[in-house]
Design a protein around this ligand. Structure first.
Ligand code: SF4
Length: 101
């Protein structure tokens, strides 16, 4: 388990990547009240410049990790998920091969 604090700085359109929703969101009052307020990953408001979210991240990152591009961060997290799915697929394939003898 690698707990990393992600300091998500808002872009010019006040957007950040939200791990909970796995999407780029507008960091407005509605999102803050509806999602961040009850989110276990919430660690602060990045000095009023965004949101800090702490979660288990297997990528090789510094802690804290500053995110300036929500688009790049979203993309990077989709690639990570594909890799994880690939591992799951490989594991199930091995299981099937083992069953087949
Ligand atoms: S604190 Fe939770 S809900 Fe708010 S942006 Fe971070 S991951 Fe999303």
């Amino acid at each position: 388990m690698t707990m990393i604090t992600h300091i998500n700085l808002e872009n010019s359109e006040t957007e950040v990547y939200c791990c909970l929703r796995n999407r780029i969101i507008r960091l407005d009052d509605q999102h803050k009240h509806q999602f961040c307020a009850g989110c276990k990953m919430f660690r602060g408001e990045a000095g009023g410049r965004g949101v800090e979210c702490r979660w288990d991240d297997p990528r090789n990152l510094p802690d804290p990790y500053v995110v300036t591009s929500p688009q790049d961060e979203w993309q990077s997290n989709q690639e990570r998920k594909i890799q994880l799915h690939g591992m799951i697929d490989t594991t199930s394939q091995r299981t099937e091969e083992t069953k087949a003898g």
